[in-house]
Design a protein around this ligand. Structure first.
Ligand SMILES: Cc1cc2nc3c(=O)[nH]c(=O)nc-3n(C[C@H](O)[C@H](O)[C@H](O)COP(=O)(O)O)c2cc1C
Ligand code: SF4
Ligand code: SF4
Length: 255
C-alpha cells in the first residue's frame, strides 16, 4: 500500500507512479490528517510512505501521523521523499519511528522534483521541469525495482555534509520561519473557499468571504498554489512569482 502526503502535487505524482508500477493501492492521507484521530491501515504488501522534505526531514505532521497510526498485515515500511535536492538526515528519524512501533525499516530514498517553496525560492521553468521529471521517473523505477525484490532501499543523494546539521536546521526552520502571519488575500480573491479546503491543518476559514489564517501551518504551499486567481501572497516575497502545482499523471512503464 502506498500512503502519501503532498502539498503541491509532486509527492502525489511519485505515489501514483509507484502505485501503478507495483499495482498497489494509493492512499492520500491529507483528509485523515485533517480529521484527526487514529488511523488503522491493513496491507499484505509492504507499506510505502511518501512525503515531501521540509528542512531535511519529513514534515512534522507526517511523522506525527505515522507515529499515531496502526499498520496491520505487513510490518515492512519503505519511505520515499520528494525534494528539491537535499534530504538531510530524514531517514534517521523515520527509522526511529519504525523502531518504536515494531515496524521493519526497509530504507529511504529522496527523489528530486521541481522546487515548490515560493516563499524562499523560484519555481524552475517548464524546460527545466521536464528534465527534472525525466530524471525523477528513472529514480522511481529504480525504487520500484528495489521494492519488488524486497531489498533494502538506499538514497541516491549524497547527504554526508547535510546530515549532521539536520538536528539544528529543522527545529530552527519550524520555530523561526514557518508561520501564517504573512499570508493574506488580495482583492483578486473570489471567495471560492479552495484555500480553506486544501489546508492539512484546517487552519484557514472564510470570514466575510475572505480567508483568515489560524496559527498552525507547515508551509506546504497548498493554499497559495491552489488559489485559482493567485490572490494569496506571503508578505512581498511571493509577489510576481509563478505558483507551482504538479498536475502530471503517471504514464511510465518498467524499463
Ligand atoms: C516548507 C518547505 C521546505 C522545504 N525544504 C526542502 C529541503 O530541506 N530540501 C529540499 O531538497 N527541498 C525542500 N523543499 C522542496 C520540496 O521538498 C519539493 O519541492 C517537494 O517535491 C514538494 O512536494 P509536494 O509537491 O508533494 O508538496 C521544501 C519545500 C517546502 C514547501
Ligand atoms: S482560494 Fe483564492 S480566491 Fe478562493 S477563497 Fe482562497 S484566496 Fe480567495
Ligand atoms: S496555511 Fe497554507 S501553507 Fe500553511 S499548512 Fe495550511 S495550506 Fe499549507
Amino acid at each position: 500500500m502506498v500512503i502519501y502526503f503532498s502539498g503541491t502535487g509532486n509527492t502525489r505524482y511519485a505515489a501514483e507512479v509507484i502505485g501503478e508500477l507495483l499495482h498497489n493501492e494509493v492512499k492520500d492521507i491529507k483528509k485523515l490528517i485533517r480529521q484527526g484521530g487514529r488511523t488503522k491501515f491493513y496491507s499484505e504488501a509492504p507499506y510505502i510512505i511518501c512525503a515531501p522534505i521540509y528542512a531535511w526531514r519529513f514534515p512534522p505532521l507526517v511523522e506525527g501521523f505515522i507515529a499515531d497510526s496502526d499498520f496491520w498485515g505487513s510490518n515492512e515500511v519503505y519511505f520515499v521523499a520528494t525534494c528539491e535536492s537535499q534530504t538531510g538526515n530524514a531517514a534517521k528519524y523515520l527509522k526511529k519511528i519504525c523502531d518504536e512501533k515494531g515496524l521493519k525499516f526497509m530504507g529511504f530514498a529522496g527523489v528530486p522534483m521541481p522546487e515548490n517553496y515560493i516563499v524562499m525560492y523560484k519555481v524552475p521553468d517548464e524546460e527545466e521541469q521536464k528534465k527534472i521529471f525525466s530524471r525523477a521517473d528513472r529514480e522511481l523505477v529504480r525504487i520500484c525495482n528495489t521494492i519488488v525484490r524486497r531489498e533494502q532501499l538506499t538514497d541516491s543523494l549524497d547527504m554526508k555534509l547535510a546530515k549532521p546539521f539536520t538536528s539544528l536546521v529543522n527545529p530552527w526552520f519550524f520555530g523561526a520561519v514557518v508561520s501564517t502571519k504573512k499570508f493574506h488575500a488580495t482583492d483578486k480573491c473570489i471567495s471560492c473557499g479552495k484555500c480553506s479546503g486544501v489546508c492539512p491543518y484546517n487552519s484557514i476559514s472564510l470570514k466575510n468571504g475572505r480567508p483568515v489564517w489560524g496559527e498552525k501551518c507547515t508551509h506546504c504551499m497548498a493554499c497559495i498554489s491552489n488559489c485559482p486567481t493567485e490572490a494569496i501572497e506571503y508578505g512581498r516575497k511571493t509577489v510576481g512569482k509563478p505558483r507551482y502545482l504538479c498536475r502530471r499523471k503517471p504514464k511510465i512503464t518498467w524499463r
